[in-house]
Design a protein around this ligand. Structure first.
Ligand code: PEP
Ligand code: MG
Length: 584
C-alpha cells in the first residue's frame, strides 16, 4: 500500500486492530469572552433564559446517560452542574447585572460563575478544587448556548474519537459507548490511555500531532492501529484493501482462539506462565476467555479510578475478593496503588518532574494509613491462597523492609479484629527503577518474586519520557543497556530461586518474545487481548534457539544490531507460522 498518499496521517501504533468508522472530534476548548456593552437588555435576558433552558435539557440527557454508563456515583458531577443552573440567587444576580450594567450576558455569566470557581479554587480541600473544573464546563456550556454554537461533548456511539489527548478515564467512558478507535495528537505508546485502549481491544493511533486540525467531524476514517496510520476519507481502493484486511484479521483471531486451553509451552517443553494485566474489572471476562493463567499485575489505581477519595477497606476487599475468586485456582498479583507519575496524585501539588517525584511506594509510605487499608484488603481477599502483593517504584531495600513491617502490623490487627486472612501471602516488587535493577541480588534476598516493569524501566534507564511522542524514537526496548539490565535482573533472581516475570508492554511485542524467553523469564504478563498471539509464538519456537538468540544479543553493542538480530531470528524460525501475525 502507498502509505505516502496525501490523505494518510502517521502516528504511533498504540493499540492493534483496524477500525473503519466516522470521525468524532472530541474537544474541550474554552470560549473567550470580552467585556461588551449592549443596548437591548430585554432580548439579552430572553437569550439568557433560552440558553439556560437549553443547557439544562442537554445536561439532563448527559446525566441520564452517565448514570447508565458510569454508575450513579460518578454521574454525580452532572447532577451538581444541574444544581448550579437552578440556583435562584445566581440567576437573579446575572439578570440584574445585565439590566443595570448593560453588559452582554456572555460577559456577566463568565464573570459571575468565575467568582464561584475562584472561591472553590481557594479552598484547601482538593475535592472543591476538582469541582471547579466541572464548573468550567457548565460555564462554557451556557456561553456556547448563548452564542448558539453546537455543543460537541455529547457521547456518540460507533465513532472513532479524534482528540488532543485522552485521559484513562476518557478511554473508559468512551469504551462504554462502543467507540471504535482513538486518534490523538499527543501521547506515547506506554501512556496509560494507550494501555487502557489495548486492554479493551480498541485500536488506537497516538502522537499524530495535527490530527484534530486535519480531520473534520463526520469524516470517514480508516484507523490502522497496527501500522500507526489514519486514512481520511479513503478512496475506493483503500477501502477495498482494508475491508479485506479486516476479514483476514477476523480469521486469524478465530485461529488463535483455538489455542485457548493449550499450554504456553515451547516446542522443546519449556513451560511459561502466561498471565494478563488487569486495568479494569470489565476486562475479567476477556482475561478468562483468552486463556490466561491468572493475572500478573492488577493496576489497582486504575481499577478504582482513584480520583478525589480512596476506597475504604470493605470496598477494596469486595473488589479484590471478586477478582481472586473468579480467577481461582490461578493466582493474582495485586499491586498497591501506583499513583503519581502520569497517574493522578490526589493531593494539591504540582510537581515539576512527576515521574521523578512522589510516586508509587514513596507516596504510600508517606501515607501509611492508606497503605495499611489496602494491604489488609489484599490479605483478606487471599484466604484461598491465590493472592500475591506487589509494590511499585521501589528504589531501596529500606522501602521493602518498611513495607514488610507494615504488612506484619496489618496481620496483627486483622488477628485482633478476628478477620480471616492469608498468613503467608507472598510479597514481591516491581523492578522498574535502575536502582532496583542494579540491586537485584540484594532485593532477591528480601522478596519472594520480581516483576519487571519495562514501561518505566526503559524510561528511567534511557532517560526518555514514556508518554512523550517527540522522543518516542529514543524509547528503545532493544537498547543494549535495557537488554543487559533485563539479563542481570533475571539471572540474579533465578540464582536465588525467586520467580521472575515481566509485566511491561514489551511482553506484548511479538518480536521481543523469543529474546525475553531466552533471557530466562518464568512468566510473561500482558494485556489480555495480546495473550493469544504471545501464546502462538511461544508454542512455535524452541527454548534452546531462544536462549542462543539471547546470548548473541547480549554480545551486541547497538540497538540497531539487536533489532536486526531479533527480526532475522523471526524470519528464520517463526516466519511460516507467524506470517499472518506479521502481515496483520
Ligand atoms: C511498567 O512500568 O512496566 C508497569 C507495568 O507499570 P505501569 O505501566 O503501571 O507503570
Ligand atoms: Mg511502572
Amino acid at each position: 500500500m502507498d502509505t505516502q498518499k496525501k490523505n494518510i496521517l502517521h502516528g504511533i501504533p498504540a493499540a492493534p486492530g483496524i477500525a473503519i468508522a466516522r470521525a468524532y472530534l472530541y474537544k474541550k476548548d474554552k470560549e473567550t469572552v470580552l467585556k461588551e456593552t449592549i443596548t437591548d437588555t430585554d432580548s439579552a435576558i430572553k437569550n439568557l433564559r433560552d440558553a439556560l433552558k437549553k443547557s439544562k435539557k442537554e445536561l439532563k440527557k448527559i446525566f441520564g446517560l452517565a448514570i447508565d454508563k458510569m454508575g450513579e456515583k460518578r454521574a454525580g458531577i452532572f447532577e451538581a452542574q444541574l444544581m448550579i443552573l437552578d440556583d435562584p440567587i445566581l440567576i437573579e444576580n446575572i439578570e440584574s447585572r445585565i439590566r443595570n450594567e448593560k453588559l452582554s450576558p456572555e460577559y456577566v455569566v463568565n464573570d459571575e460563575i468565575s467568582k464561584y470557581q475562584n472561591l472553590m479554587n481557594a479552598s484547601s480541600e482538593l475535592y472543591m478544587k476538582e469541582r471547579s473544573h466541572d464548573i468550567e464546563d457548565i460555564k462554557n456550556r451556557i456561553i456556547r448556548n448563548l452564542r448558539k454554537k453546537k455543543w460537541v461533548s455529547r457521547i456518540e456511539s460507533d465513532v472513532i474519537v479524534v482528540t488532543d489527548l485522552i485521559t484513562p478515564a476518557d478511554t473508559v467512558l468512551f469504551s462504554r459507548v462502543n467507540v471504535k478507535g482513538y486518534v490523538t495528537n499527543f501521547g506515547g505508546l506506554t501512556s496509560h490511555a494507550a494501555i487502557v485502549a489495548r486492554s479493551l481491544n480498541i485500536p488506537a493511533v497516538v502522537g499524530v500531532h495535527d490530527a484534530t486540525e486535519n480531520i473534520k467531524n463526520g469524516d470517514l476514517l480508516i484507523l490502522d492501529g497496527i501500522h500507526g496510520l489514519v486514512i481520511i476519507n479513503p478512496d475506493e481502493e483503500q477501502l477495498k484493501q482494508y475491508r479485506e484486511k479486516v476479514e483476514k484479521l477476523n480469521e486469524l483471531n478465530s485461529e488463535l482462539a483455538k489455542l485457548k486451553d493449550k499450554p504456553a509451552e515451547t516446542l522443546d517443553g519449556k513451560k511459561i506462565l502466561l498471565q494478563a494485566n488487569l486495568d479494569l474489572i470489565e476486562e475479567l471476562e476477556l482475561v478468562i476467555n483468552n486463556g490466561s493463567e491468572g493475572v500478573g499485575l492488577v493496576r489497582t489505581e486504575q481499577i478504582f479510578q482513584v480520583t478525589d477519595s480512596f476506597p475504604d477497606e470493605e470496598e477494596q476487599f469486595e473488589v479484590y475478593s471478586k477478582i481472586a475468586q473468579k480467577l481461582y485456582p490461578h493466582t493474582v498479583v495485586f499491586r498497591t496503588f501506583d499513583i503519581g507519575g502520569d497517574k493522578f496524585l490526589p493531593i494539591d501539588i504540582k510537581e515539576p518532574n512527576p515521574f521523578l517525584g512522589w510516586r508509587g511506594i514513596r507516596f504510600l509510605l508517606d501515607n501509611i494509613e492508606l497503605l495499611k487499608t489496602q494491604l489488609k484488603a489484599f490479605l483478606r481477599a487471599g484466604i484461598a491462597k491465590n493472592v500475591k502483593i506487589m509494590i511499585p517504584m521501589v528504589t531501596s531495600i529500606e522501602e521493602v523492609r518498611q513495607t514488610k513491617a507494615i504488612l506484619e502490623e496489618c496481620k496483627n490487627e486483622l488477628l485482633a479484629e478476628g478477620k480471616e486472612f492469608d498468613k503467608n501471602m507472598e510479597l514481591g516488587i516491581m523492578v522498574e527503577v535502575p536502582a532496583a535493577a542494579v540491586l537485584s541480588k540484594e532485593f532477591a534476598e528480601e522478596v519472594e518474586f520480581f516483576s519487571i516493569g519495562t514501561n518505566d524501566l526503559i524510561q528511567y534507564i534511557l532517560a526518555v519520557d514514556r508518554g512523550n511522542e517527540n522522543v518516542s524514537e529514543l524509547y528503545q526496548e532493544f537498547h543494549p543497556a535495557v537488554i543487559k539490565s533485563l539479563d542481570y535482573i533475571i539471572t540474579e533472581g533465578k540464582k536465588r530461586n525467586i520467580f521472575v516475570s515481566i509485566c511491561g508492554e514489551m511482553a506484548a511485542d511479538i518480536f521481543a518474545i523469543p529474546l525475553l524467553l531466552g533471557l530466562g523469564l518464568d512468566s510473561l504478563s500482558a494485556s489480555a487481548s495480546a495473550l493469544p498471539r504471545i501464546k502462538k509464538i511461544i508454542r512455535s519456537l524452541k527454548y534452546e534457539d531462544a536462549r542462543n538468540l539471547a546470548l548473541e544479543c547480549l554480545s551486541l553493542k547497538t540497538e540497531k544490531e539487536i533489532k536486526e538480530k531479533v527480526y532475522s531470528f523471526f524470519k528464520e524460525n517463526l516466519m511460516d507460522d507467524i506470517e499472518n501475525l506479521l502481515e496483520e
